[in-house]
Design a protein around this ligand. Structure first.
Ligand SMILES: Nc1ncnc2c1ncn2[C@@H]1O[C@H](COP(=O)(O)OP(=O)(O)OP(=O)(O)O)[C@@H](O)[C@H]1O
Ligand SMILES: [Mg+2]
Length: 254
């Protein structure tokens, strides 16, 4: 993959939780404005790797990281990295929707207020734009001042996406964003991801191989902290090179 297309480059990344070696020499690119999926059995390190991309693991005591992760060519693990700034550029959507117990409007406004934005017309436009970009505006425009917790789960998840978009990230990390959703809601989120990748770089963890096959451009198969195989999704699913990937894809393992 040409260097220009690499939004993120993971190079020889190791992560230890205390004595436990959770990521082993992981090397993988994340292409700009594509969807990159991480797949593999439970406990193989998918969430750990995803969290390494905006240094969310830093919050866990006893974590040790070596190797590099570059974002637009700069190592995010360099000592001079502004981690708050990094997490604005690389935002995360979690497994269970986690809107704040505030109104729909205030959820999206939250990050802008923290950033000290004046509540002028541009502020209001930004909120509407973010809700539209998350395909939520039509459903919530009459209930902007109702509690976000009253929304159905898939709308809560899209609200979390809108909350991210409001602060203009470059990369969106999603850790099993559909695992709490029914098939129809899942389809809506998948469709949204395909739309979002036109403007954002997306990395997603999924347990669901069909989902990875449907929506991702590139996939990485992990096992016990190793990146066993990484490549274009179509190739990984139709002609995996590693026997361990073949076993997983064909359902013999995991
Ligand atoms: N905070 C932690 N402290 C110690 N060990 C951890 C911690 N978080 C994860 N681990 C261990 O690291 C390994 C990788 O965990 P991780 O959550 O990244 O896997 P995963 O692939 O996301 O699994 P799942 O599919 O179940 O979500 C597991 O063995 C897990 O027990
Ligand atoms: Mg996980």
């Amino acid at each position: 993959m040409p260097a220009m297309e690499r939004k993120i480059d993971i190079l020889g990344l190791n992560l230890h939780y205390g004595a436990f070696h959770a990521l082993k020499q992981v090397t993988m690119p994340v292409a700009s404005r594509q969807i990159t999926a991480l797949i593999g059995p439970s406990g193989c390190g998918k969430s750990t790797l995803l969290r390494a991309l905006n240094r969310m693991n830093d919050l866990i005591p006893g974590v040790r990281v070596t190797g590099t992760v570059t974002l637009d060519g700069h190592n995010i693990y360099a000592p001079d990295t502004d981690v708050c700034e990094l997490r604005k550029r690389v935002g995360m959507v979690f497994q269970r929707p986690n809107p704040f117990p505030l109104s729909v409007w205030d959820n999206v406004a939250f990050g802008l207020r923290v950033a000290g934005r004046k509540q002028d017309d541009a502020f209001h436009d930004r909120i509407e734009h973010s809700l539209r970009a998350a395909w939520l505006w039509d459903q919530v425009q009459d209930k902007l001042h109702r509690s976000a917790l009253e929304l159905p789960l898939d709308q809560q998840q899209r609200l979390c996406v809108a909350r991210l978009i409001a602060i203009e990230p470059e990369v969106i990390l999603m850790d099993e964003p559909c695992s709490a959703l029914d098939p129809i809601s899942t389809a809506k989120i998948e469709e949204l991801m395909l739309e979002l990748k036109k403007a954002y770089t997306i990395a997603i963890v999924t347990h669901n191989m069909q989902q990875a096959a449907r929506i991702s451009d590139r996939s990485g198969y992990m096992l016990l902290g190793d990146m066993v195989e990484f490549g274009p999704t179509a190739a990984l699913f139709t002609s995996p090179k590693d026997l361990r990937t073949q076993d997983y894809i064909s359902g013999r393992y995991g």
